[in-house]
Design a protein around this ligand. Structure first.
Ligand code: NOJ
Length: 760
């Protein structure tokens, strides 16, 4: 009897360990070391290989079964079919010599079945807590569906809206970027990587967002001080938050491709930052070292990548085909290979894959369809929207409206409301979510109103993207003059007959993300003409922008009374937009980017340096003679249905030493008549030192809810973390004696000012 009870307890303890408890990194490394001792060279190289789980033209049609059986596949990507995931995992666990499970990876960027707002939108919430919540929810979905590793967060700083991938990150600012990066790591991995979490992969390391001309994949040239102070900052924050893996970027970084760049992958990431996880290349990037003109041939590409410190080769199979020979030729030692394999095995142990390798297929659908996801999604979507303009209190709308004309190509598009990079939408898998379009959202809000729609011509890229091609999308010719005239006539008729026009305009989802850069930023197609026709009727017009980047909206900014930036708000997007339009939610989102007037002003960012001729001198008010060089809307900007007043900016100490710290406090009062959220923002400027410093730098923010008349005091620390910078002269991080300007308020132009002295 006693023995039986002891046995049951032992089993229960093992089960608890398997499903619930995380093991420490040390323990996982010890187990990995022991396993490594049993592995032959081919099996080790196998762990460094990530194979594609789907067939693509460039990958051939072979299924990876045999390779898996031989222990030559460490990880698989681009596979979401849980049955196939389990089938392949069974081969690895049951048929390979050492039974090492495969690590299944996918881009779970902004949700799984429940699609959350795109990352740029999430950053507009200025609320890392909501981002963490969303990514935690996505992690639960992904893990249930057999995905143990996600290529998220994308933390590339983007200062140029022409770059298509601006949609995937947190915008232009390193401080906001740091907060959003760390929140996403916590959301996916929890406090510690474990059997319930999803391993993150911080990408694209590093400098991808600085692509020349905003053209995707083009070279980045970034001086070291800019690299360290701006571009690396969110990566560092993610590493410190415990991120288990990083992805090396595609492009040349100062002439050395990131995926073969030892300075980046080893000297900075591992040696300086103490990163203990592993690195994977971006897709095909190891093979591409040859295409770049950096490696002589595939063998040289494998050599350059592995000796730079890149653990895993995504999809190119350059490691599989060349590493063993490099070891045999004595160019790479087996100890080097071991060091690359170890963190991959350790991650598999930490994720609990050895004990619990399979997804429970019977639970997947129930998990993915959890109704609380939709409630959370709707809340987050509304929190992410930015009210750009609201003349004469056009918004919020009254529910007594009887007739609405909904114009524009994005009013009833189920795909575009969720944005790109959706797990089930990729590779033509077919999404099983039920996105709420703006038309549906308006109908839900006003069941008795009459809503007429004029979509206008379907939008189309001039050059199709890879995903367009995979989905069989055709490039459409622009409308003929007659077709244009017909659409305009329809807009006029619908608008004239309505009490209100809602214009749902911007870009279709495939105009943003990878390989989706553009040279212009105007509203594609005939959208602006449609808008002009609607405004000409004299009816009130509300423009709802759906896009993954700021657009050239100079005309609407002058002529349309209300503009709401909704980005790509996700599955409940239409309901969330309606919540904001009708005032059920008071918008509180703020811009994570400086909004350019015109594409030619890019790259544009608020934290630029002073020059010998500051722009506020009358004869130098603009850098261009044809257009104001300042943004249309500044970084950090966003309106509310109420108003806020910031006052009493104070420093707990006005003078500190270089190792000291002070506390900034500022009062914010809701001076309007409805409740709303304010985002208190603190900016600093170092007046002199060993280098010129940006005119302003964000160093603290907090989103708070305030009732009408309510005042709250916000406090922010200012110490080493906020005051230090990497100096190009001293070549290290310094806090320098100087005078610092400190501003607090609603956006990056906040006037409320104090002075801080930092002494030696
Ligand atoms: C290429 C993209 O650049 C990267 O962001 C993504 O994670 C990988 N493909 C895998 O899908």
């Amino acid at each position: 009897m006693f023995r039986k009870t002891a046995l049951i307890l032992l089993v229960l303890a093992t089960v608890a360990k398997t499903y619930g408890q995380a093991i420490s990194r040390d323990e996982s490394e010890q187990r990995a070391q022991a396993l490594l001792k049993q592995m032959n060279l081919d099996e080790k190289v196998g762990q460094l290989n990530q194979s594609a789980g789907i067939q693509m033209p460039m990958l051939g049609s072979e299924k990876p079964d045999t390779l898996i059986e031989q222990g030559r596949v460490g990880s698989i990507l681009w596979l979401t079919n849980v049955k196939e995931i389990n089938r392949l995992q069974h081969i690895a666990v049951e048929k390979s010599r050492l039974h090492i499970p495969i690590l299944f990876a996918f881009d779970v960027i902004h949700g799984y079945r429940t699609v959350f707002p795109v990352p740029l939108a999430m950053a507009s919430s200025w609320d890392p807590g909501v981002e963490e919540q969303a990514q935690h929810f996505a992690a639960q979905d992904a893990r249930a569906a057999g995905i143990e590793w996600t290529f998220t967060p994308m933390v590339d700083i983007a200062r140029d809206a022409r770059w298509g991938r601006i949609v995937e990150g947190a915008g232009e600012d390193p401080y906001l970027g740091k907060a959003m990066a760390a929140a996403q790591v916590r959301g996916f991995q929890g406090d510690q990587l474990g059997p319930d979490s999803v391993l993150v992969c911080v990408k694209h390391f590093a400098g991808y967002g600085a692509a020349d001309g905003g053209r995707d994949y083009d070279s980045s040239y970034i001086p070291e001080e800019l690299f360290r102070n701006v571009y690396l900052a969110p990566f560092y924050a993610a590493a410190k938050a415990g991120a288990g893996s990083f992805m090396s970027a595609y492009m040349d970084l100062n002439d050395v491709p990131a995926s073969g760049n030892k300075w980046l992958l080893t000297d900075i990431l591992r040696n300086e930052w103490g990163f203990k996880g592993f690195l994977v290349s971006d897709a095909f990037a190891v093979g591409s070292l040859q295409v770049h003109g950096y490696a002589k041939d595939p063998s040289d590409a494998a050599y350059k990548a592995i000796t730079a410190g890149l653990n895993m080769d995504m999809a190119s199979q350059t490691y599989t085909k060349n590493l063993a020979q490099l070891v045999k030729d004595g160019k790479v030692t087996e100890a080097q290979i071991d060091a690359m394999v170890l963190p991959i095995l350790a991650a598999k142990y930490q994720l609990g894959l050895f004990d619990h390798p399979y997804a429970d297929e019977s639970k997947v659908e129930a998990t993915l369809n959890r109704p609380e996801g939709l409630t959370l999604e709707r809340k987050l979507a509304a929190r992410s929207m930015v009210l750009l303009k609201n003349d004469k209190q056009t918004l919020p709308l009254k529910t007594s409206i009887k007739k609405i004309a909904l114009i524009g190509p994005l009013g009833d598009s189920t795909h575009d409301i969720e944005g790109g990079w959706t797990v089930e939408g990729l590779f033509g898998n077919g999404s099983k979510s039920h996105p709420v379009t703006l038309l549906a959202g308006l109908k839900n809000k006003l069941p008795n109103a009459q809503i007429s729609t004029v979509s206008g011509p379907e939008l189309s890229r001039v050059f199709p993207g890879l995903l367009d091609q995979l989905a069989g999308k055709k490039v459409l010719p622009p409308p003929t003059p007659q077709e244009t005239a017909d659409w305009i006539a329809k807009v006029k008729a619908a608008a004239s007959d309505a009490d209100l026009v809602v214009a749902a305009m911007g870009e279709i989802a495939s105009m943003s993300s990878e390989a989706s850069s553009r040279a212009t930023l105007d509203l594609p197609g005939i959208q602006q003409q449609m808008l002009e026709a609607a405004v000409a009727t004299g009816k009130p017009v509300v423009l709802v922008l759906l896009a993954g980047r700021p657009l050239d909206i100079r005309w609407p900014a002058e002529h349309v009374p209300a503009i709401l930036e909704a980005w790509y708000p996700g599955t409940e997007g239409g309901n969330a937009i309606a919540d904001v339009l009708f005032g059920d939610v008071n918008p509180g989102g703020k811009l994570p980017v400086s909004w350019p007037r015109v594409a030619g002003a890019e790259p544009l960012y608020y934290n630029h340096n002073l020059t010998h001729e500051p722009e506020d001198r009358p004869q130098f008010t603009s850098r261009y003679w044809d257009i104001q060089s300042k943004p249309l809307y500044p970084f950090g900007y966003g309106l509310s249905y109420t108003t806020f007043k910031f006052a009493n900016l104070k420093l707990s100490q006005a003078s500190i030493g270089t190792d000291g710290s002070t506390q900034v406090s500022v009062e914010v009062t809701n001076t309007g008549s409805v409740a709303g959220d304010a985002v208190g923002q603190v900016y600093i400027h170092q007046r002199w030192g060993s280098a010129s410093r940006p005119v302003r730098q964000l160093k603290g923010f907090q989103r708070v809810a305030l009732q009408p008349g309510e005042t709250k005091t916000l406090t922010f620390p200012l110490g080493k973390d906020e005051l230090e910078f990497w100096s190009p002269q001293t070549k290290n991080w310094v806090v320098e004696p100087s005078t610092f300007d400190v501003w607090a308020g609603e956006d990056s132009t906040a006037p409320l000012h104090a002075e801080l002295t930092v002494t030696q």
